[in-house]
Design a binder for this molecule. Structure first.
Ligand SMILES: NC(=O)N[C@@H](CC(=O)O)C(=O)O
Ligand SMILES: [Zn+2]
Ligand SMILES: [Zn+2]
Length: 346
């Protein structure tokens, strides 16, 4: 049987949510990944070390006793984040990054930055302390078309930040455009990007042709095919600037299948298997390990994992529905077949 063994991967961008949802989200991520950068967009958001610690403790309570999963915590930057907040975060051994949400850009981003330049003293401290800045890179101005929001953000917001703070480590999260790929590739080694599996597998036709598929609606929104092709080329290029971040973001079935549905795709149930499928489709299985397991920790200055997982070419069906606390969740590829499977006894 066809199989590949790779260093255990990490997920550098995930939403685990809080409360009863953790029972499911933590199990799914820990089945595949050793570590995950946990997004702080809870209600209320995780804005300081104390909150990050109690959120981390909640996550660890849902980890099976034998599972070795380490949540890497992040702080949500608000207009009130202080330089002292950053210093405290850098002193902790579990806060690994801070997240910039432009206010109003995405799910639970209302407390995000209303004026990015006002946070420059905070960025300066982050640069000094080597704390990475993770960016949801979309502008929010109503006059900017939703399909152009990433591209406009890069030119009007991100480029000035990087010019002002040339040593700041920046991850442009969940990139969706050729423009983002080119921008990140053109910058120094302190600028990187995560790429989701759904943006590698899909373009906007998949979401909109033949009927609207609310479970494929996410932010940044799926783009046209040429952008998808640029993401595939970046992920399979062997460049250390591009690494795995699922942006798995669960919302209940009820909140997705409605007149005004939430943004987010739940890929955590089968993420590494899906990435294996994409890399195989593009004849790049040999590039999967570095993308999934090396470039992320290298960028963050963390050790690579030392254990392995084995993926076997074996088809299996994703359930039509999963539980999310007391609610129902429709995972990515619900009811469909996936061609790769993690071997259970690893
Ligand atoms: N990606 C999404 O569509 N949604 C994320 C937020 C985010 O990462 O922007 C969520 O928290 O639901
Ligand atoms: Zn985001
Ligand atoms: Zn996200």
């Amino acid at each position: 049987m066809h199989s590949i063994t790779i260093t255990r991967p990490d997920d550098w961008h995930i939403h685990l949510r809080s409360g009863a949802a953790l029972q499911h989200t933590v199990k799914d991520v820990a089945r595949q990944f050793a570590r995950a950068i946990v997004m702080p967009n809870l209600v209320p958001p995780v804005t300081n070390v104390e909150q990050a610690k109690s959120y981390r403790d909640c996550i660890l309570r849902y980890k099976a006793d034998n599972a070795e999963f380490e949540p890497l915590m992040t702080l949500y930057l608000t207009d009130n984040t202080s330089v002292e907040d950053i210093e405290e975060a850098a002193q902790s051994d579990f806060v690994k990054a801070c997240k910039l949400y432009p206010a109003g850009a995405t799910t639970n981003s209302d407390s995000g930055l209303t004026d990015i330049e006002k946070a420059y003293p905070v960025f300066e401290k982050m640069a000094e302390l080597g704390m990475p800045l993770l960016v949801h890179g979309e502008v929010t101005s109503p006059e900017i078309d939703v399909f152009d929001r990433e591209k406009v953000f890069i030119e009007t917001k991100l480029r000035p930040i990087i010019e002002q703070f040339p040593n700041l480590k920046v991850v442009l999260e969940h990139i969706t455009t050729k423009d983002a790929v080119e921008f990140v590739a053109s910058q120094g080694p302190n600028v990187a990007a995560t790429i989701t599996v759904h943006h590698l597998m899909l373009n906007r036709n998949d979401m909109l042709v033949g009927g609207i598929r609310p479970h494929l609606y996410c932010l940044p929104i799926l783009k046209r095919q040429e952008h998808q092709a640029a993401l595939i080329a970046a992920a399979t290029s062997g460049s250390p600037k591009f690494f795995l971040g699922t942006d798995s973001a669960p919302h209940t079935k009820e909140k997705k299948e409605t007149a005004c549905g939430c943004a987010g795709v739940y890929t955590a149930y089968s993420a590494i298997e899906l990435y294996a499928e994409v890399f195989e489709t593009h004849n790049a299985l040999d590039k999967l390990e570095a993308f999934a397991s090396f470039y992320g920790p290298d960028f963050y200055g963390l050790p690579r994992n030392t254990d392995t997982i084995t993926l076997v070419k074996e088809s299996w069906k994703v359930p039509k529905k999963l539980c999310l606390g007391n609610d129902t969740l429709v995972p990515f590829r619900a009811g469909e077949t996936i061609e790769w499977k993690i071997r259970d006894n690893d």
